[in-house]
Design a protein around this ligand. Structure first.
Ligand code: 5GP
Length: 208
């Protein structure tokens, strides 16, 4: 019998660099987790690949998944659906592997309710002007959309109190190191390991 994997939820305001941090984690040395690819109805950006960056689906397809209970969580964000397919997460956790979700804050709160044993990490920008700078630098959104995202980010930062950890994304490699340390420490928490030790004691021959 192996232990169930741990669900790691990386969230935070749009443009804070969640995607970059997630990619750096996938490219890094610590690869003891599986990334859950999200489903979305938004347009594919140049360079993105269906089934790698997202599962790109139509609104009708997405709504069918919702209706048939196929989503662990979902949110409508800047006019598009984004969500986490449930089956992959369950199967991977059952197989004893950790699963990483990189999702926005409303979705993260749905997961918090359904999976209270998960680890909830809030990625924060050093400040809001830095966030605007990054969104502009990315060059994928027009000014109106950027303003919308900044206003949303300001209200999202107050949601930090619903998380277990706050990680500043001042430098990607530092943020990744902080997250890796969180994951390692979380694996050592007594509630996560106590059953294993109880099992060991129950099967040990102590009569010597
Ligand atoms: P983008 O369009 O820039 O790829 O993503 C927009 C926002 O959607 C980001 O904040 C990203 O973290 C979030 N997002 C990506 N996948 C999911 C998901 O499966 N569920 C939720 N709730 N948000 C997601």
């Amino acid at each position: 019998m192996h232990e169930r994997g741990m669900l790691i939820v990386l969230s935070g305001p749009s443009g804070v660099g969640k995607g970059t941090v997630r990619q750096a984690m996938l490219d890094g040395n610590y690869r003891d987790f599986q990334y859950s690819i999200s489903m979305t109805t938004r347009q594919m950006r140049p360079g993105e690949v269906d089934g790698v960056d997202y599962y790109f689906r139509t609104k009708a397809q997405f709504e069918h998944e919702i209706a048939t209970g196929g989503m662990l969580e979902y949110a409508k964000y800047v006019e598009n659906y984004y969500g986490t397919p449930l089956k992959y997460v369950n199967e991977t956790l059952d197989a004893g592997r950790d699963v990483l979700l990189e999702i926005e804050v409303n979705g993260a709160m749905q997961v918090r309710k359904k999976c209270p044993n998960g680890v909830f990490i809030f990625l924060t920008p050093p400040d809001l002007s830095e966030l605007r700078h990054r969104l502009k630098g990315r060059g994928t959104d027009d000014d109106v959309t950027i303003d919308k995202r900044i206003r949303k980010a300001a209200s999202e930062i107050t949601m930090m109190e619903n998380y277990d950890y706050a990680v500043v994304n001042d430098k990607v490699d530092l943020a990744v190191k902080r997250i890796e340390r969180i994951i390692e420490s979380e694996h050592l928490r007594v509630p996560r390991v106590i059953d294993r030790y109880k099992g060991m004691l129950a099967s040990a021959d102590l009569a010597r």
